[in-house]
Ligand binder design. Structure first.
Ligand SMILES: NC(=O)c1ccc[n+]([C@@H]2O[C@H](COP(=O)([O-])OP(=O)(O)OC[C@H]3O[C@@H](n4cnc5c(N)ncnc54)[C@H](OP(=O)(O)O)[C@@H]3O)[C@@H](O)[C@H]2O)c1
Length: 294
């Protein structure tokens, strides 16, 4: 397939492009500087070339930036992906867009399936929900993949940094009590590739299997780093109540675990457990000397 990936230098894009190339696809991977998805004239140029599929990894994922400027960030997170969906439909290309567990309100601790009622607490969540609602109508040959707590090498997300914090600082302070799923970017890339090749359409929850919490993820990291002979300086993980989060800036759902039954049924056995993915992430950080040996 000939695939165009936007946001190719972000966390997901950097993992996805090599994965697609390894599967024999021809991939166009413009960076933000090379192709701004809000630039209609540039999109006209890129869409003048035939393409089998477009994967949009471009987004503004900073929740507070979205809260402070819903209009400006909405052009990137809502208007441009809707425009890409229209363009893909006209061009006969398959479209893949990413959503987030932040479309949920998260009051109750339960699994959220693809069809569950949404109730976003933030501008970012509302932007993602608009995509979930409108893309299937604009481009029926599309996938909307709802991801959760993405982490990976070079990522600018809190979970991406946790191993380095544990390696360098004596204490890790973490907000406890927020439950959900995490997803290693390498696994996300693999599943995007599989779903593209299978040609599934519609909404899919996509995360590593097993509900977790930020503090459980951090403790799992510490255990696995010690077991893998990686140096850790951290002697204490200090939990502060999750309720203290979200009083300033954008609000996040407290409980947003995703039900993975649909993706497990479509591509059995479905995504692997999060601890297995974390083990491979730590091994990657160790082998590339991002994390020091003990
Ligand atoms: N990170 C998470 O925890 C998470 C969770 C759930 C869902 N998601 C979704 O997953 C997708 C990928 O996220 P990610 O974590 O890979 O994000 P990321 O690391 O922040 O990457 C986003 C990329 O988009 C680029 N970009 C921003 N505005 C653009 C524009 N107008 N035109 C073209 N490119 C633009 C950024 O470039 P610059 O940096 O140069 O601006 C960056 O390379 C997004 O849809 C995100 O909402 C992420």
């Amino acid at each position: 397939m000939k695939i165009l990936v936007f946001g190719a230098s972000g966390l997901l894009g950097r993992h996805l492009v090599p994965e697609l190339l390894a599967h024999g696809h021809r991939v166009g991977a413009p960076t933000h500087a090379e192709a701004d998805i809000t630039d209609g004239a540039r999109m006209d140029e890129l869409f003048s070339e035939p393409t089998d599929a477009v994967v949009n990894c471009a987004a503004i994922v900073n929740l507070d930036a979205c809260e402070n400027d819903p209009e400006g960030t909405g052009r990137v997170n809502r208007d441009a992906p809707l425009d890409l969906a229209r363009r893909c439909h006209s061009a006969g290309a398959f479209f893949v867009q990413f959503s987030s567990d932040y479309i949920f309100r998260g009051d109750a601790r339960r699994l959220h399936s693809e069809g569950d009622a949404a109730g976003p607490l933030s501008a970012y969540g509302r932007q993602k929900l608009a995509l979930e609602k409108e893309i299937p109508g604009l481009c029926p040959r599309s996938l909307v993949l709802r991801l959760s707590w993405l982490y990976g090498r070079g990522g600018r997300t809190f979970m991406s940094y946790i191993p380095q914090i544990l390696a360098e600082k004596p204490v890790l302070q973490i907000a406890a009590g927020k439950t959900g799923n995490c997803l290693w970017a390498q696994d996300a890339a693999r599943w995007v590739g599989l779903l593209l090749e299978k040609g599934g359409t519609g909404p899919f929850n996509l995360a590593n299997a097993g509900e977790t919490s930020w503090e459980e993820f951090a403790r799992g990291c510490l255990e696995q780093m010690r077991a893998a002979g990686i140096r850790t300086r951290c002697g204490e993980i200090l939990e502060t109540p999750y309720l203290e989060l979200g009083t300033h800036g954008a609000k996040r759902p407290k409980h947003s675990a995703l039900d993975l039954a649909k993706i497990c049924k479509a591509l059995p056995p479905g995504p692997r457990p999060w601890r297995e993915a974390l083990k491979d992430y730590l091994a990657e950080l160790k082998s590339s000397s991002v994390l020091p040996a003990a």
